[in-house]
Design a protein around this ligand. Structure first.
Ligand SMILES: CC(C)(COP(=O)(O)OP(=O)(O)OC[C@H]1O[C@@H](n2cnc3c(N)ncnc32)[C@H](O)[C@@H]1OP(=O)(O)O)[C@@H](O)C(=O)NCCC(=O)NCCS
Length: 236
């Protein structure tokens, strides 16, 4: 299934991002992907072949289908015949000039893409993770500090969706701000987590998360929980 939402995040972050088109593609089965990806540009299909693992190829194709759907909804008239390639670090890159800011993320059962409709937005970062107790526990054990755990306990006493949303917020910042972080991103510190009103149509819980990295100005990400997954978006 594919869904398309146009969302204004609001607040300071919303000013930078403007209206954002979110596309979510769920349970993209290999057979369907093989059929649908025939519509992708040949260069994108060639890039997919460079991944040895079938699951990674499928994730790449699902991400490209999602980003093209988002670009079409955002009104980019060239996206349907031009490929979204990648730079040396793996960042998705439109092969035409003046493309809107975009970002892609995937799990084993879904792919998401975000495209800003604000031409002044320079970069977007989106992330998604499936919510699972063992994943939350691993993050709490290995990648979340005692201070961050205290912040999380105030907004999510079960410590389930919250730790995963925190991780997504960090990953979204890495993507949007082109950060070079160490293993587990422990150099990225979450300074605050504020529950906020839902901005996404199906959000079950939503948070604004402030993230610090070295001496850079504080970054703000919006994160939410919906349909068994945690999501985050940020930009500049
Ligand atoms: C780049 C990174 C953020 C990708 O995250 P991931 O969880 O591996 O994978 P996701 O599904 O979230 O995202 C993958 C997509 O991100 C995009 N991406 C990859 N590298 C990117 C980069 N340097 N900048 C922006 N986007 C990038 C691509 O579109 C990729 O999908 P594709 O290759 O199919 O096009 C991650 O690999 C990374 O380097 N993280 C930093 C290290 C770390 O430990 N972080 C912890 C939190 S700070």
């Amino acid at each position: 299934m594919i869904r398309v939402d146009r969302v204004s995040i609001g607040g300071v972050l919303g000013d930078a991002l403007g209206e954002v088109v979110f596309v979510e593609l769920t349970t993209p089965e290999s057979a369907l992907l093989a059929r649908d990806s025939a519509r992708l540009h040949e260069a994108e299909r060639e890039l997919a072949k460079s991944f040895p693992a079938a699951a990674r190829r499928d994730a790449f194709l699902a991400g490209r289908l999602a980003v093209h759907a988002a670009l079409a909804d955002a009104g980019d008239s060239r996206a349907h015949r031009m490929p979204v390639l990648r730079d040396a670090r793996g960042k998705p890159q439109a092969s035409w000039g003046d493309a809107p800011a975009l970002s892609i993320a995937h799990t084993r059962i879904r792919a998401v893409a975000a495209v800003s409709r604000n031409r002044a937005c320079r970069a977007l970062g989106v992330d998604v993770e499936e919510i699972a107790a063992n994943r939350a526990e691993a993050l709490l054990r290995m990648a979340i500090s005692a201070d961050e755990r205290r912040l999380l306990a105030e907004v999510d006493p079960a410590l389930l969706a919250g730790p995963i949303a925190l991780w997504c917020a960090r990953e979204a910042c890495v993507k949007a701000h082109a950060l070079d972080v160490g293993w587990f991103g422990s150099a990225l510190r979450v300074a605050s987590i504020e529950p906020v009103a839902a901005r996404m149509p199906d959000a079950e819980a939503s948070w604004d998360i402030a993230v610090r990295f070295e001496s850079r100005p504080e970054m703000l990400a919006h994160a939410w929980q919906a349909n068994g997954a945690a999501f985050a978006v940020t930009g500049r």
